[in-house]
Design a protein. Structure first.
Lengths: 284, 284
């Protein structure tokens, strides 16, 4: 018996946000969570904007924007993904169903100082933003521990970046998330205080609870455990836009992710594909 | 009356070492202070070596190496430079004569950790080298203050450099100098201890005292004050190679250097040129 409903496959652009800084940019744009003008003006490390990069690749930046008609035709959205922690036990189920995505966001810290010669400027005459980066990094880890959250500074840009020059400016990006929004906000505030400036919010996604009925139906169908995740996903963006959405996770034996060492066993991957096929059959 | 001795003008390559990491590379090569094989294999941030960059620009890397015959023909070397601190008083002389260059060097800190997802890796499971960078930066400033020296971390590279990825590796460069070599070494050791690793020495220049007779002769000729500097110069490399060498400094009203704000008054620059002309006449 063929499916009663049409099936579609979606590939969203720039889920990691590695180049232009906003994760899940494609799903945020189609749902309107990311405004077209802001999307077009996002710039990479070299100052190239999304609009310029699109034009250079032969695309028309005017086409960037929400697409309600396409979304209206999506009855249910299901995303299959490797689990990114160690929530799926080696001795247990290879596939899980997502309950929720933690609230999470990205903030930019603009730490400004005064460029000066490293060999001739007395310590007391320096305005060195690298010292404030050190304070911010230390505060992020401490505050995350205090507030039962996660905080990471994984991207840093130093200007002018000379070995013998005190930096004029250090830009650092803070990733913060956790089960409770208030706690995440407390971490960001603590980092801002330590760095001596207000972190600039580049993206924010509130807590996302996936469709409860769908979650329970799929967990029952697959006899799969239900687990939350701290990682953002396009599924979370679509869910926040009101589309019934579910996620399936494939076991990650080491929990390592966003690394060349990220890994899932081929057998578990096959079980993930089988689970997705059963879900599509169930919903179709 | 024309000069009795021939005059030459030297332009040394890559005095700042901004691209390949070794300051005064040109003068170090011609004097043999930088070995040809090491010079050719120095790599920039993109992994391009000096040898590759030379070949791409139409030069033969085989020509890199010491040139004793050229150096033998240099009777006296004089370098004119903007002062890089505030040692020349606004109400006093516009031109000074160098006494010495502080011992100074550059060290690379390779801080390795484990790349992981910023949103799913528990704090206690992380091996985040950014935390050790923070320790190194803080230790560098503290140790410099304790040892009457200067220490700066002005260049940092983070891999993979994703906002949502715990870094696998942070590379940082330490610039350290001071009046006393032992104190500089103590600062470097303290930074290494804080960062949990041995700093790799990329360059080192011991204390350089310029030719005493020449210094006194020029200070008398110009009625100029005598001052040390914490900045490295090609003149220091030539002096260490046994060539009678002197430096003239032009007043820097703010002391700012290695910055777009570096500045000297045009009148003071003219006095610097006049002083150099008098010195050349005196020596010529």
């Amino acid at each position: 018996m063929g499916p009663r409903r049409p099936l579609g496959i979606a590939v969203f652009a720039d889920e990691e946000g590695a180049r232009f800084g906003v994760a899940c940019a494609g799903s945020r744009i189609i749902t309107g969570a990311l405004a077209p003008d802001r999307a077009r003006s996002l710039a990479d490390a070299d100052g190239t904007t999304v609009a310029e990069a699109m034009a250079a690749a032969g695309h028309d930046p005017a086409h960037v924007g929400p697409d309600a008609e396409t979304l209206r035709r999506v009855g249910t959205f299901v995303e299959l993904h490797v689990e990114q922690g160690r929530a799926l036990d080696p001795g247990g189920a290879a596939v899980g169903v997502a309950s929720a995505i933690w609230p999470h966001g990205r903030w930019r810290l603009d730490l400004r100082g005064r460029a000066d010669h490293a060999g001739t400027t007395r310590l007391e005459d320096r305005d060195d933003p690298m010292l404030r980066l050190a304070e911010a990094v230390t505060a992020a880890r401490r505050a995350a521990g205090e507030h039962d959250a996660l905080a990471t500074i994984g991207k840093v840009a130093v200007e002018p970046g000379g070995v013998n020059a005190i930096p004029s400016r250090v830009t650092a990006w803070l990733d913060a998330r956790g089960p409770v929004e208030r706690d995440v906000r407390s971490v960001v505030a603590a980092v801002g205080e330590a760095a001596g400036g207000e972190p600039e919010e580049e993206s924010w996604t509130g807590p996302t609870a996936f469709d409860g009925g769908l979650r329970d139906r799929l967990a029952g169908l697959l006899a799969a455990p239900v687990l939350p995740t701290g990682a953002g996903h396009d599924a979370g963006i679509l869910s926040a836009a009101g589309i019934p959405t579910a996620m399936l996770f494939v076991r990650n034996p080491t929990g390592v992710s966003h690394s060349p060492q990220e890994h899932a066993d081929p057998g578990d991957c096959h079980r993930g594909v089988e689970a997705l096929a059963r879900v599509v059959e169930e919903l179709g």
